[in-house]
Design a protein around this ligand. Structure first.
Ligand code: KG4
Ligand code: ZN
Length: 341
């Protein structure tokens, strides 16, 4: 079975072709450069870019997969959550395609798809996924930070999320305070590699709370006050690296400590992570070190699949179809505020 998937929930326009758990082609057109000028995603511009890029991206994915449109057996798209008009572009294109070809259409929850992205590789990922459950999964990006208990395939429970900013937002906003370009996460990651993470002590909000919730706005505020009190620090490139490393260490410590605590409490053996912030090298290293220390097996999404992509949408949709979760809802609407159960 060949499945064509679309993703357009935020600032990445993506299409992928999937067959039997394998990604035959996955194309992503990122709008990061466009939004960088404005210091964040501008919804109106994002929508125009999705409209401009969706068909070229889908055409390229089909070409790279060596598949013609009439060979497609099913179509999927992100239904929510996300920017309303941005979601609409991918969803309506996918529904129109499915309707014209008289093929099943399936709408997918964006966060649920992230749960499956650590299994996307050249190999059919099914067996590995079956081995890797139940697991505790960290989804961490610019829009979301949450811990999910994946009990079995397609069965999961959200343990907790952020009560204010997402971790990626914290990277981007503290980076802005330091004068770094948007998105600052990857820049902080790079600068921090040569910095001393122990030099400045920043708060680790909610790290000792027994719940699975996160909070990052207090950390951002403490960086603001720190820079107010040390205004010359940004003139020194070495001190900037130390600052990046220290802020990053605080974010990573909270994410890893709470992930490991949840995994221990729930008695799982496996931990996974995905979402844009999972590209962060310190987070990847620290998750690995603490998983090894506490005897958990860790599975991380590949960096290229941590950020938003249609491959994860297609992989999840295929699993849903395989379980008879068939939807022909050509008129189904976007669900911008769809909360993962
Ligand atoms: O998943 P994503 O592409 O989009 C959503 O937010 O849904 O994630 C983007 C976020 C941004 O906040 C960006 O700064 C952060 O992921 N990010 C990173 C790194 N790469 C991307 N944060 C820290 N270190 C990185 N290497
Ligand atoms: Zn995402």
């Amino acid at each position: 079975m060949l499945l064509l998937a679309f993703e357009s929930s935020c600032d990445e326009t993506s299409a992928a072709v999937i067959r039997a758990g394998t990604v035959l082609a996955s194309e992503v057109s990122s709008q990061i450069k466009l939004h960088a000028e404005y210091g964040g995603v501008v919804p109106e511009l994002a929508v125009r870019e999705h409209i401009r890029n969706l068909l070229p991206v889908a055409t390229l994915a089909l070409e790279r997969a060596g598949v013609s449109p009439h060979q497609i057996d099913a179509v999927a798209a992100t239904q929510g959550p996300g920017l309303p008009a941005a979601l609409m572009v991918g969803l309506k294109a996918a529904q129109a395609f499915a309707f014209v070809q008289r093929k099943p259409f399936i709408g997918v929850h964006h966060h649920e798809a992230h749960l499956y992205s650590p299994w996307i590789s050249g190999q059919p990922p099914r067996e590995a996924f079956d081995e890797f459950q139940p697991n505790v999964s960290l989804i961490v990006s610019g829009g979301h930070t949450m811990l999910v208990h994946v009990e079995s395939e397609l069965k999961h429970r959200v343990l907790g999320g952020t009560i204010d900013d997402a971790a990626g937002e914290c990277f981007d906003k503290t980076g802005k305070l330091m004068g770094l370009a948007y998105p600052a996460g990857p820049i902080i990651d790079r600068l921090a590699e040569q910095g001393n993470a122990a030099l400045f002590d920043f708060p680790r909000p909610l790290i000792n709370d027994p719940n699975d919730e996160f909070s990052f706005s207090g950390l951002k505020t403490s960086v603001r006050y720190f820079l107010r009190d040390n205004p010359r620090l940004l003139d020194d490139p070495v001190a900037l690296r130390d600052l990046c490393a220290s802020v990053q260490a605080a974010i990573v410590d909270v994410l890893v400590t709470k992930t490991i605590r949840a995994a221990k409490r729930l008695g799982v053996r496996y931990v996974t992570a995905s979402g844009g912030v999972t590209c962060n090298r310190a987070l990847r290293r620290e998750l690995l070190a603490r998983c090894q220390k506490h005897d958990f097996q860790l599975r991380l999404a590949e960096p290229s699949l941590c950020t938003d992509n249609a491959a994860m949408i297609g992989i999840l949709a295929e699993r849903k179809l395989a379980q008879g979760n068939l939807v022909n809802d050509y008129d189904g609407e976007i669900q911008p505020g769809w909360v993962l159960g």
